[in-house]
Design a binder for this molecule. Sequence first.
Ligand SMILES: [Zn+2]
Length: 414
Amino acid sequence: VKFLPLNSAEKLDRVDMKRQLRRNRILHTILRQGPISKYDLSKVLRCTPPSVGETVDDLEHQGHVRRAGLGPSAGGRRPVLYELVPPSAHALGIDFGRSHTALILADLSTHVVARAEGPTLKDATTEELTRHVRDRVDDLLSQVPGSRETLRGIGLGVPGLIDEPRGLPLARDTRFRQLRHSIEDDLGVPTFLENDARTMALAELWFGKGHSRRDFIALNLGHGIGMGIIIAGQPLHGSLGHTGEIGHLRVAFPGEPCTCGSSGCLETVASGWALAKRAAEIARREPDSALARLAREWGEEPSARLVVEAAKRGDEQARALLAEAGVQIGRALAAAVNLLNPEVVIVGGRLSHAGALIFDPLERTLRESILPALRDETAIELSDLREEAGPLGASALVFQEIFEADASELRHFI
Ligand SMILES: [Zn+2]
């Protein structure tokens, strides 16, 4: 497996590019659907069997794929099945959460081989942030001997808006721009940047419940409310890179002020920060309420986590807060489902840890509110990636780049 830098791509002629593209698609399909026969590969990829067969033979010869037994007979001889040889390369994902920065090293078979974490430095300077992240990356790579050499790229999942003029992602927080350049220079591997709601959708696509699905929505219920949209197996970006801002759909008029500068947004009635605010109001007004008592027990201001805990202990006020949030989210989500017709809506993020307390009212409202024709055809599922969705999705940025590079934008090969 060889990484070719950008300038090498310019030297490839069209025939080479087509061959390289076919090779990437074959590796990608074997990874996602393997073990698979040459014939089935040619059907999935709509290529002629001889061209696919030749490429698979090359890949086997080069040690990237191997035989994995025989498939069932379709009348004649049983076909040879092929799978990827792991781990031929590694991808590193870093997720900058509100309190923790989580890192994951995954191999090309999308198995996690190492993890590391550290606090998120909120008010750090660019230099402090860069040094801190570099140390964590070194920790992680030293856990897996040889991974420094096989590292194929790094993905960064960051909160906040990412502007994407001409398809070039730029974080509004300039520290992340610097961080990206510095990591790229130091480690000599391509480094990608993406908004954390979209990295979570990529996590579902590569590691979670979106694995065998082409069209889905991944909803991230956390401090804010975000959504990643996957259409035809690809993340939807929009002209400026700002798709999926469901948290800022207006649901109340005029409503309370929102962090985005508008008012009455979904986030003002159903996000982690809105729940914390509501719980704080209750605790102030009713010092004997379960929420106030739990806040004293924990020695902190009411948070969304505290609301979830109180609800799990059976407090009716906390349960009502979560149920109301579920209803509001379900209504807003119905608009997204009607517009995008996803096969499944995958609900994740910290607030989803409340389970049925938020999920049931959300699902009920969503089903009541969507187009009747879609009611029984749209699956709604809780994510099972938990805290790992962020860093997994960041590492998936590298997989996307390796396997999805197309001829017009061929930048990285394996
Ligand atoms: Zn807003």
